[in-house]
Write a protein that binds this ligand. Structure first.
Ligand SMILES: NC(=O)c1ccc[n+]([C@@H]2O[C@H](COP(=O)([O-])OP(=O)(O)OC[C@H]3O[C@@H](n4cnc5c(N)ncnc54)[C@H](O)[C@@H]3O)[C@@H](O)[C@H]2O)c1
Length: 270
């Protein structure tokens, strides 16, 4: 139970994130959007990096002066560099990069009824957006973070990636998605080691089932079936709970090089 009143809690948040500048890929929808909202509400500034076709511009306008939209594809060097530059130009620096942009396909390795293999193009697209896109944001964001004045601990910034429980408990049809999320898990420690001398931390969150537009399209029957698979609490996660973990990780300098499941203890069935 929270012992602080809502007002005290908000004041505390305001102190904790005041002045921080974050860049959130996939920030126009779902987990990324909740992260952008929490950052801005808690006193930070945020750049939404999302596709030009997304709701990024409208969201940025609704959140006010401490939010800006950078239309960008995470797989493009020029697009992501522009988004990093926008953070610098508009808010003066970059402290936090949160990778939420991601895509999925659900296809079996081989369709024996149709005598059809999994499309190689689909496999490569998921790997490219989820792994190379995440790495592209990391490698360009840390160039800017490295210019920050370190705090007393030598800390200059923080990267938070989004994998999935599918990195560990991949289901039927998830070869491409699980491989891509496993790649994000696998690069967390080596990148944390690469960046440690500059005081930049790298952490990955592996969410379970969250109520985002990704799942909103499913029939209510399927959503409640999925919710019942979660041991506790037996419901889909709220994107605000993901955003809460993002800001907690950003605030805690001792967490680094780690992958954290955020899943109500679910272990996905085959
Ligand atoms: N929702 C869940 O239950 C769940 C569970 C585990 C992991 N995840 C992961 O969390 C992340 C966010 O998922 P979500 O549910 O919020 O999905 P979402 O579809 O609501 O949001 C994803 C956002 O990423 C953007 N995006 C996609 N491709 C992009 C690209 N090439 N460049 C820039 N932006 C791009 C989309 O426009 C969208 O705004 C994804 O990586 C997803 O795999 C979600």
């Amino acid at each position: 139970m929270c012992l602080r009143s809502a007002t005290q809690h908000l004041c505390c948040l305001l102190r904790e994130n005041m002045g921080m500048v974050g860049l959130v890929s996939g920030g126009a929808s779902g987990l990324g959007r909740a992260t952008v909202e929490r950052l801005v509400q808690s006193g930070a500034s945020a750049v939404i990096l999302d596709l030009p076709s997304s709701d990024g511009q409208a969201l940025a306008e609704s959140l006010g002066e401490r939010c800006a939209f950078a239309p960008a594809d995470v797989t493009s060097e020029a697009d992501v560099q522009s988004a990093v530059s926008l953070a610098k130009e508009k808010f003066g620096k970059l402290d936090l990069a949160v990778n939420c942009a991601g895509i999925a396909v659900a296809v079996k390795t081989y369709n024996f009824k149709k005598d059809l293999p999994h499309s190689l193009e689909d496999f490569q697209r998921v790997i490219n957006v989820n792994i190379a896109g995440t790495f592209n944001v990391i490698r360009l964001a840390v160039g800017e973070m490295g210019k920050n004045e370190p705090d007393a601990d030598g800390h200059r910034g923080c990267i938070i990636n989004t994998a999935s429980v599918a990195a560990f408990d991949g289901q039927v049809g998830q070869a491409a998605y699980s491989a891509s999320k496993g790649g994000i898990v696998g690069m967390t420690l080596p990148i944390a080691r690469d960046l440690a001398p500059m005081g930049i931390r790298v952490i990955t969150i592996a969410p379970g089932l969250f109520s985002t537009p990704l799942l909103a399209g499913l029939p209510e029957k399927v959503r409640s079936f999925l919710a019942r698979q979660v041991p506790f609490p037996p419901r889909l996660g709220d994107p605000a709970e993901f955003a809460h973990l993002v800001t907690s990780l950003a605030e805690n300098p001792m967490i680094n090089g780690e992958v954290i499941r955020l899943d109500g203890a679910i272990r996905m069935q085959p």
